[in-house]
Design a protein around this ligand. Structure first.
Ligand SMILES: Cc1ncc(C[n+]2csc(CCOP(=O)(O)OP(=O)(O)O)c2C)c(N)n1
Length: 275
């Protein structure tokens, strides 16, 4: 896909995230906007997965460990044709499968997540299964920097290196904020690169909104043979909407009518640059 098309997709995905969060009157706006460029590149450039091969044991796997940002995943899966986008009008409505965290009841979703701190373990297990079955698929998982202290993340980091899972790529959406404040204040995880390195991972830092750099970085996988890879993606929570950027209140804030109009205007203006 051309650079222009990919850039347009990111803006359109942002518009859709806002549309469906507003429709549901619920959602994790800030964290969905911070990771959407990563999902765009994964699904439209990197991974071999779509509705056509979702039943195939050889498909690449994506497991979204920071499950609360499911709105980002929903709009990308709808765009890939896993389900009609219209389904998202039922987001968070009574009896809808489109709830506020990923579940396998939705086509295209590999694992139930959202209780933070488990996606890396699930992904390491899936990558180990590929090795044992002698299959070539890759496993990608998206972690939040605020998520990293939770669950079994560091146990999974140790075992992924132990089993030499170079078919595993973790991406940390490092927007430096979490639910109640700065990640550094709530539970500091720095220095993140040195921690992963010392656990036996190959590490790259990227600007998580630079689509071309993300493409090049993922094209270089595995970063080192015999080691799991981690991409520390430096991102901005609320990216793309000026009044949401770097504001912790937008972690699960829903824009009011006027704010929504302003946000869409900003995104439409950004789209003009590509016409
Ligand atoms: C086990 C568990 N503990 C707490 C929560 C509540 N929670 C939801 S989002 C969040 C913050 C996560 O921060 P981060 O991963 O940095 O998310 P991002 O800023 O990327 O949205 C927390 C603590 C949860 N979902 N699961």
């Amino acid at each position: 896909m051309t650079e222009k098309k990919l850039n347009i997709k990111s803006i359109e995905y942002r518009k859709k995230i806002l549309k469906y969060v507003v429709g549901a009157n619920a959602g994790h706006t800030g964290g969905s906007l911070s990771c959407i460029d990563i999902l765009n590149v994964l699904y439209n450039h990197v991974m071999n997965v779509g509705p056509h091969n979702f039943q195939s044991p050889d498909r690449d796997r994506y497991i979204q460990s920071k499950g609360h940002s499911v709105e980002a995943l929903y709009v990308v899966l709808a765009d890939k044709g896993f389900f009609p986008e219209k389904d998202l009008e039922t987001l968070c409505k009574y009896s809808s499968h489109y709830i506020g965290h990923p579940t396998k009841k939705v086509k295209g979703i590999e694992q139930n997540t959202g209780a933070l701190g488990h996606g890396l373990s699930l992904s390491a297990g899936t990558a180990l299964a590929a090795k044992m079955d002698k299959r070539d698929y890759k496993v990608f998982t998206l972690l939040g920097d605020g998520e990293l202290p939770e669950g079994s993340n560091w146990e999974a980091a140790l075992s992924a290196a132990h089993y030499k899972l170079d078919n595993l790529c973790a991406i940390v959406d490092k927007n430096s904020l979490q639910i109640t404040g700065a990640t550094a204040d709530v539970c500091n995880t720095e220095p993140l690169d040195k921690k992963f390195e010392s656990f036996g991972w190959a590490v790259r830092h990227v600007d998580g909104h630079d689509l071309e750099l993300l493409k090049r970085t993922f094209d270089g996988l595995p970063f080192e043979e015999g080691k799991p890879s981690v991409v520390i993606a430096h991102t901005v929570k609320g990216k793309g909407i000026s009044f949401m950027e770097n504001e912790v209140k937008w972690h699960h804030g829903v824009p009011a009518k006027e704010q929504y109009t302003m946000a869409v205007e900003e995104l439409d203006k950004a789209l003009l640059a590509y016409q």
